[in-house]
Design a protein around this ligand. Structure first.
Ligand code: AMP
Ligand code: ZN
Length: 318
């Protein structure tokens, strides 16, 4: 993808220096050498943080890391830019996939001299995801998403972080926007933004990598020796997700820059309209779970109910 067309670094050239670029990004018409690529990459992350008023240097940020390239790069780059970050990893109990992911998180922690917070579902809920998915309707991914969000909120609150950052990139955001528009999933669209303000016991949620594509993030990870795993979750049914990513890519190849425009013009021109209607679309009031104290639509939250059922089965079978 554009790799063959290595040209002279655009920035060096503007200073009268002839230096070959290490990457060519046709969507930006930019070829950059190692130094200028890193500079450019980090500058765009800073721009996203400022543009969407995500956080500042006085705030404590909890970075949700999965061991994959996006969130690993996010932790590395926020740390490099001088933000006050710690990482949080949920060990989902999915065999050696979870072990390998955790190793990558720990390796990055060593590299930057920080110790990540780790929660193990087996200890916290009583079983890993392969068992938990049998207790609920819906796909493994939807259960996993709910369990992860619950722990992001809980850990942030307990440890005093008011911001949670995730590694979602431009490809994730543009393709899920496309999928949700096609299905007129208005409830989702009303909340689709790189920042969700803190409310009702939830921390602020931010996505500082929204201006970068997967390809560019992977390139940054490899260039800077950031450890990450390439494996995808063995439980995940990602066919639908991949389908919309491929469709988006095809549109992008047809007209360079469309992916970026589609997402960012949406944020500017359409999101405010949907967001104004949010109250009508977002269901019900939240109360506080009487067991764990987290926000919940029911008296006892989803995770506490799950925990209770796992425990009951254990005592019956044991
Ligand atoms: P995904 O939904 O798997 O694409 O992940 C989206 C984002 O959620 C990642 O970029 C991470 O920031 C975060 N995340 C995913 N899995 C984990 C995990 N096991 N522990 C902590 N954060 C995670
Ligand atoms: Zn609860």
């Amino acid at each position: 993808m554009g790799q063959k067309r290595k040209k002279l670094c655009t920035v060096c050239k503007s200073k009268g220096i002839r230096k070959e670029g290490v990457i060519y990004m046709p969507e930006h018409r930019l070829s950059l050498c190692e130094e200028h690529f890193n500079e450019w990459f980090e500058k765009r992350v800073k721009e996203a943080i400022k543009e969407f008023k995500m956080f500042d240097k006085r705030e404590k940020i909890l970075v949700a890391v999965s061991g994959g390239k996006d969130s690993q790069v996010l932790w590395y780059v926020l740390n490099k830019l001088g933000y006050d970050t710690d990482a949080f990893f949920i060990h989902l109990g999915i065999g050696d996939y979870s072990d390998e992911s955790m190793e990558k998180v720990l390796a990055l922690g060593e590299l930057i001299g920080k110790k990540p917070h780790i929660v193990r579902l087996e200890e916290e809920v009583g079983a890993g995801l392969p068992v938990l998915q049998n207790y609920v309707r819906g796909t493994a991914c939807s259960v996993c998403g709910r369990i992860k969000r619950y722990h992001f909120n809980k850990v942030a609150r307990e440890l005093g972080y008011n911001v949670v950052a995730t590694g979602h990139n431009l490809d994730d955001e543009a393709s899920s926007l496309l999928a949700n528009l096609i299905n007129w999933n208005l409830k989702y669209l009303a909340r689709k933004y790189p920042v969700l303000r803190e409310e009702k016991g939830f921390p602020r949620k931010v996505k500082p990598l929204v201006k970068h594509t997967e390809r560019v993030i992977k390139f940054y990870a490899d260039l800077n020796g950031i450890p990450y795993t390439d494996r995808s979750c063995p439980l995940g049914d990602t066919a639908n997700l991949h389908f919309y990513k491929e469709v988006m890519e095809e549109i992008e190849n047809h007209a360079l820059g469309t992916k970026y425009r589609f997402y960012f013009e949406y944020l500017k021109k359409v999101f405010p309209i949907f967001s104004a209607l949010k109250e009508e679309w977002v269901e019900g009031e939240l109360t506080t779970c009487k067991v764990c104290g987290e926000p919940s639509p029911s008296e006892v939250c989803f995770v506490c109910r799950l925990k209770e059922r796992v425990k009951k089965d254990r005592t019956q079978s044991g």
